[in-house]
Design a protein around this ligand. Structure first.
Ligand code: GTP
Ligand code: MG
Ligand code: NA
Length: 342
């Protein structure tokens, strides 16, 4: 997407929160899939990237956007695990994020990994919104589905709306205790000072238009410089490393800057120090009608991509990945410096 010649990449949106508060279900509702049901024990164990294009966001949030056009070409969502055991993956996702969605079960409020997530967001100064999930479990809920929160509200009884608000203000008070002003999104007048709370039900697909609209707005407000499309350098982060007999080593990566091509030389951190290897192949995950893994020749930031390398390198998960186009020693220095930060 262009505006006065400036092009933007998709902002990277990290989804964080306590275990089982509904991160994957909310993402399923956004992308029209059902990953959450297929997970072993219902627990997310890895980071996954999902691309939602601007057209899909505009279609979903049409009534709320009132004809406004998005400057960003879409959003790249990163799902993270909420289980206590996966704090390194949460931190990795948090470090990558331009903006974030903090998912909180409105019936449970702030839990230990909610607070841990908030601390990650504070550390990286990541702007975020709150998805107050599972609003369908509040007593006296009148069933609706596939609607915006605003439409949902119109169908609810007065007693339900009062109870919803009571729980939202409990959340507001708990978030205040963590250092944040917050408010139900449709009551906010100053978005620069207030964290938006969007009531949703991932299960019944309620509030997704509102969530997407608030995220697109947040992205455009805060990130215009950070998400300018750059092609001079290619950078990413390795989020997972798999060694498989026969195929060699595969790296699940998120590319946040530039273009990665098959055959590119990439610098990475390994347990034996920084090393250079070649991209042998790339696979992307596609959703919608043609879903599955698809081989590609190149990807442009921001994108989640599985990279096949030919060397049997002992790559460290979380390492930066930089395409080698100039001075190798300088890139190695950078890899070492960046690796020690996170
Ligand atoms: P981890 O990734 O393991 O941390 O969990 P998660 O945050 O991704 O939660 P997940 O999407 O796996 O949902 C946990 C449980 O909550 C599942 O049984 C979901 O069906 C249920 N759930 C999620 N969202 C809603 C909702 O809006 N309403 C109701 N009633 N249940 C929900
Ligand atoms: Mg999950
Ligand atoms: Na879960």
């Amino acid at each position: 997407s262009t505006e006065q010649g400036v092009r933007y990449r998709q902002p990277i949106v990290c989804v964080l929160g306590h275990v089982d508060h509904g991160k994957t279900t909310v993402l399923d509702a956004i992308r029209g899939t059902s990953v959450a049901q297929k997970e072993a024990g219902g627990i997310t164990q890895r980071i996954g990237a999902t691309d939602i294009d601007a057209e899909t966001i505009e279609r979903s949030a049409r009534a709320l956007l009132k004809g406004a056009k998005l400057k960003v070409p879409g959003l790249l969502f990163i799902d993270t695990p909420g289980h206590v055991a996966f704090s390194n993956m949460r931190a990795r996702g948090g470090a990558l994020a331009d903006i974030a969605v903090l998912v909180i079960d409105i019936n449970e409020g702030l839990m230990p990994q909610t607070v841990e997530s908030i601390n990650i967001l504070k550390k990286f100064r990541t702007p975020f919104i709150v998805a107050a999930n599972k609003i369908d479990l509040i007593p006296l809920f009148t069933p609706v589905r596939d609607v915006s929160f605003i439409e949902c509200l119109k169908k609810q009884r007065k007693e339900y709306v009062e109870e919803l608000d009571r729980r939202i203000y409990e959340l507001v008070s708990a978030l205040y205790g963590q250092g944040f002003q917050s408010e139900r999104y449709d009551r906010i007048t100053d978005f620069t000072r207030t964290v938006a709370i969007v009531p949703v039900s991932g299960k019944l697909h309620i509030g997704m238009p509102d969530l997407l609209m608030m995220l697109a707005g947040l992205a455009q407000r805060y990130l215009e410089n950070d998400i300018r499309l750059r092609t001079d350098e290619t950078r990413g982060t390795v989020i997972e490393v798999k060694r498989e007999e026969g195929t060699g080593v595969t790296l699940d990566t998120v590319i946040y800057q530039g273009v990665l091509r098959a055959g590119d030389e990439i610098a990475l951190n390994t347990r034996d120090g920084p090393a250079v290897t070649r991209v042998r192949g790339m696979l992307i995950n596609t959703h919608g009608r043609k879903k599955g893994l698809r081989e590609v020749e190149s990807v442009q930031a921001a994108a989640g991509v599985r990279v096949l390398i030919s060397d049997k390198l002992d790559v460290i998960p979380g390492t930066p990945m930089i395409v080698v186009r100039g001075d190798r020693d300088k890139i190695f220095e950078e890899i070492i410096k960046e690796s020690s930060v996170s």
